[in-house]
Design a protein around this ligand. Structure first.
Ligand code: NDP
Length: 402
């Protein structure tokens, strides 16, 4: 018997809960709690219809540590899976420590007031989790998550040392809307408009947002423009694979998305500084989120594929120079047919389910705070193939020309 409590009821949660219900031999009981209970009820109804499994639902404000601790004490889960927003990470880690429950999330903590992406806040919990004999698994989504496990799998099976690592995230999907984001718009826009940062020769190099553009021919998607960005797994990967000399992250954006973003930025709509409007304080970016399409509602109209993967160069285990590309391709329409959600939610929700399964089965275990690349990649990689995110690995003739 296992009992998993999932917090948050957006697109990622919907996929993860459907996938948990499809694997009820591992997830014997799943409870779902979020700020808006009706959204939990809608996911539970879809899960019932598709799998016959029952998911109990609850209302919770995850910023309220005591309320969450009371809910945990009532339900007594073995694991809390945080699929709410990065803002809730620390409060949920506190609630887990208070009640003696293991923790998993998919995105690193961000304070609401500053768009700062770093693991420092969550790594500070290392000693407290260790002393409590509890495990926290950070970043079990696709990127971070699968991209981190791809790197450790390449290291384990093909490289004696990795010199450069490029993570390439392509969404070749089209949702038919003039402007929409594929996951939470507030989190997405904060990430995209933040300065780019990459690791080079032992230091972080910061460049203006979206100032480095390259084109790449993505398998099953084709040629796309991608832009260098900062992404949180760079920090943990250069910590845990310390020989990496250069690590970069790239994401594709269409010209129309960038045009809309530029205008929104120029008129101040992406600002996170509160302003006064008719006597009420509002944050422009939070207001923008309300008027943009709900990412969860884009599934029905999105066509095309995502292709996300890692390109590593370095010394092979035989001592020669080696460049390898490992990636997954996920089809938006297939994802929607299976769980009612598009591929961006699917590619995050499936790895969240896999990380949770490995923790419940104690295939990944330990006391403390862990990133994905710290564990044996093999059981995770096997489960990706079995649960809807098959991967492919290719040797490339040489490093990227840029
Ligand atoms: P959504 O915005 O669709 O869903 C977030 C959910 O969290 C909503 O149901 C929301 O409630 C709930 N929530 C927000 N605040 C609270 C609170 N205080 N208490 C309880 N519930 C709350 O986001 P997504 O599903 O797209 O993303 C979920 C997470 O996955 C995010 O952290 C995101 O950053 C991460 N992510 C990670 C990726 C990866 O590859 N690693 C990729 C994509 C996303 P309400 O419905 O009431 O607003």
């Amino acid at each position: 018997m296992s009992h998993t409590l999932v917090i948050g009821a957006g697109g990622v949660s919907s996929v993860a809960v459907h996938k948990m219900a499809m694997n009820s031999e591992i997830f014997s009981k799943v409870s779902l709690a979020s700020r808006t209970q009706s959204k939990c009820d809608a996911i539970a109804a879809s899960v019932k219809e598709r799998t016959g499994q029952t998911v109990d639902t609850y209302q919770i404000d995850a910023d309220d540590i005591d309320a969450t601790a009371r809910l945990i004490e009532e339900l007594k889960p073995d694991l809390l899976v945080n699929l709410a927003l990065p803002y809730q990470d620390l409060a949920l880690m506190e609630a887990c420590l208070k009640t003696g429950v293991n923790y998993l999330d998919t995105a690193n903590y961000e304070p609401k007031e500053t768009a700062r992406f770093e693991y420092s806040w969550q790594w500070e919990y290392q000693d407290r989790f260790k002393e409590a004999g509890l495990m926290a698994l950070l970043g079990s989504g696709f990127d971070p998550g699968v991209t981190s496990v791809f790197a450790s799998w390449l290291k384990k099976h093909h490289f004696s040392s990795i010199r450069t690592l490029d993570i390439l995230d392509c969404n070749g999907g089209d949702h038919g809307q003039a402007f929409a984001t594929n996951f939470n718009p507030e989190i997405n826009i904060r990430e995209v408009t933040a300065p780019a940062r990459h690791w080079e020769d032992g230091d972080w190099v910061e460049t203006p947002a979206l100032s480095h553009k390259q084109s790449f021919d993505f398998p099953q998607v084709g040629e796309k423009n991608m832009y260098m960005m900062y992404h949180e797994e760079l920090e943990s990967l250069v910590t845990h694979i310390p020989e990496i000399e250069r690590a970069r992250f790239w994401m594709t954006f269409g010209d129309s998305y960038l045009k809309h973003l530029e205008v929104l930025q120029n008129v101040g709509m992406t600002s996170i500084e509160p302003i006064s409007y008719q006597g009420q304080e509002i944050v422009p970016l939070q207001f923008l989120k309300v008027v943009l399409p709900e990412p969860a509602g884009l599934g029905a109209t999105t066509k095309g594929k995502t292709c996300i993967g890692d390109i590593a160069t370095g010394k092979s285990q035989d001592g020669g120079d080696l460049t390898m590309y490992i990636f997954n391709v996920c089809d938006h329409e297939d994802a929607y047919r299976e769980t009612g959600n598009q591929a961006v939610s699917y590619t995050t929700g499936v790895p969240a389910m896999i990380g949770a399964a490995l923790m419940l089965q104690e295939k990944w275990s330990g006391a403390g705070v862990f990133n994905m690349e710290q564990f044996d990649p093999d059981p995770f990689m096997d489960m990706l193939n079995q649960h809807g995110l098959p991967w492919e690995v290719r040797e490339l003739p040489g490093p990227l020309p840029f």
